[in-house]
Design a protein around this ligand. Structure first.
Ligand code: ATP
Ligand code: MG
Length: 363
């Protein structure tokens, strides 16, 4: 039976609109050939909107996002447009808290053609997913820390409720990856349980959850060792799960391993909603030039297809997500049709067109 999915799209600021347009074109072409339909509803949000109206995420946009099947968001925020208190305009953070998107999913895949700074041993492939808790941890007191002349304090919050949901999500993802032949079924809890009681608590909850997944490997690693291993033996990891601040730092390290933010996709997932967006910012210095790399955005869209397909038991979407990801991989491997940040000289439009050609079997 054919199914239609409502996707709310936020084009964002800077390079946002120019990487969104080709991504939607590709998704239209991909879904055209299948029995499902994607209906896009592009809505206002972002720093430019704030500059014009004083609002960065209008209530109508938020409401539509709440009612959509999925949300596709491009890059948001501009350094020179800020709130009066100096904080950045970041509707993506508002969406995270409004929609309770507790799991920040950051895949790290080093595919042939990427300019990874690592020297990979022959036969080793790097393909893991970092899951960053996104609603609490050390970001809990974001902007509300206590500061006086002599002292500053921030609060680290770990709750049982959120941690349980987070670990369930991590174990289920490892299970999916294992059955898709993508991972060995290992979940590594990254913490600093040797120093902080909050992290010992986090680890205990992880161990409790692990008992429900006897077929998976439940591992622990300290965050400092993890940073070392991500560089020395990144192929070891399958699914990593960690606290908000640690995840923030390690996900940039992950993007660095892939050779840059232009190929780093992400998803922020909750129980009932999910936002898919590239890890990179709005890169205003190249906005409007038509040379931005659309791959992180396209790869984020593939994560959306995966998530919708699994959630609604529509294998066609999962298949298309995989095929589209393969298409991006092939374009990168070909070394042609990549943008400047990847060492090529293609425009956004040419890079996106090459992905479509690859999807259709031409590359
Ligand atoms: P933020 O303010 O959120 O940090 P930003 O605009 O500084 O955003 P980053 O995501 O930090 O952008 O990206 C850092 C640099 O990586 C950019 O200045 C740019 O050189 C490069 N980059 C990132 N994403 C892309 C892209 N999609 N296409 C081309 N270059 C990119
Ligand atoms: Mg930056």
């Amino acid at each position: 039976m054919s199914r239609s999915f409502d996707v709310v799209v936020f084009e964002g600021d800077g390079i946002g609109p120019e990487i969104t347009a080709p991504t939607l074109d590709i998704l239209r072409r991909v879904s055209e050939k299948s029995a499902y339909e994607l209906v896009f509803n592009t809505l206002p949000a972002g720093a430019n909107l704030y500059a014009k109206t004083g609002e960065s995420l209008p209530a109508t946009s938020l409401e539509a996002a709440r009612n959509a099947d999925a949300i596709l968001l491009s890059a948001m925020g501009l350094l020179n447009i800020r709130k009066p208190d100096g904080t950045e305009i970041s509707p993506q953070l508002d969406l995270r808290s409004e929609l309770d998107l507790f799991a920040g999913v950051r895949p790290v895949r080093i595919t042939p053609g990427l300019k990874t700074p690592l020297k990979l041993e022959e036969g080793k492939t790097v393909d893991f997913v970092l899951i960053r808790e996104s609603t609490e941890g050390l970001f809990y007191s974001r902007g509300n820390g206590e500061v006086n002349q002599d002292e500053a304090r921030e609060t680290l919050v770990i709750t049982r409720k959120t941690s349980e949901k987070l670990f369930k999500f991590a174990f289920n993802l490892a299970r999916q990856r294992q059955s898709a032949g993508q991972g060995e079924g290992r979940v590594t809890c990254v913490d600093k349980a040797n120093v902080f009681r909050a992290f010992a608590f986090f680890r205990d909850i992880f161990n409790g959850e692990a008992r429900h997944y006897p077929e998976l490997i439940a591992d622990h690693a300290y965050v400092d060792a993890t940073a070392l291993w991500m560089v020395q033996k990144p192929w070891f990891f399958d699914v990593m799960v960690t606290e908000n601040m640690f995840g923030d730092i390690l996900s940039d390290l992950g993007a660095g391993l892939m050779g840059g933010l232009g190929v780093a996709p992400s998803a922020d997932i909750g129980e009932n909603h999910a936002v898919f967006q590239p890890c990179h910012g709005s890169v205003p210095d190249i906005a409007g030039l038509g040379i931005a790399n659309p791959f992180a955005m396209i790869l984020s869209a593939t994560m959306m297809l995966d998530w919708l397909g699994i959630r609604h038991e529509q294998p066609e979407l999962v298949r298309d997500g995989g095929l589209l990801r393969d298409a991006v991989d092939r374009v990168i491997a070909s070394g042609r049709s990549t943008t400047r940040d990847l060492g090529g000289s293609s425009t956004t439009a040419d890079a996106a067109a090459a992905v479509l050609q690859a999807f259709e079997g031409a590359i």
